[in-house]
Ligand binder design. Structure first.
Ligand SMILES: [Zn+2]
Length: 127
């Protein structure tokens, strides 16, 4: 089983030979060679036996929220939102959910703020 970088913007699939697992004060981990994010590892080997490293199952999957305002022809702005979350099972890609139009606002900042608040509600509810 390869390791998968937990950084949702990276999600690099790494052969075990590609990463150097190191033991730090907090436990085992590796640093992604692509994005340098620290990825935690658990040693499931038997006591006294060889070290056997696995990636912990994550319940709090990382996500990325992209809130944008799209200018409309009439000078107003449509609030748009994209939410990326890592898959519960290991995989290369995060799933992405999109909302193209969450409402129309006179001001771009308001549109972005609205999209963000929708994202907050959404992520709270699903956790
Ligand atoms: Zn990475």
């Amino acid at each position: 089983m390869p390791f998968i970088c937990e950084n949702v913007e990276c999600r690099a699939v790494l052969a075990r030979g590609q990463v150097r697992s190191i033991r730090e004060d907090k436990g085992w981990c590796f640093y992604c060679p692509d994005c340098k994010v620290r990825n935690e590892l658990n040693d499931i080997g038997e006591a006294g036996g060889p070290v056997q490293l696995v990636q912990p199952e994550r319940s709090d999957l990382p996500h990325k929220v992209i809130a944008t305002a799209r200018p409309l022809e009439d000078g107003r702005y449509a609030a748009q939102l994209r939410v990326q979350r890592a898959l519960g099972m290991k995989g290369t890609y995060a799933v992405e959910e999109r909302w193209e139009q969450l409402g129309v606002f006179l001001d771009a900042h308001e549109a972005v703020a609205h999209a963000r608040s929708v994202a907050t509600d959404l992520l709270d509810r699903k956790v």
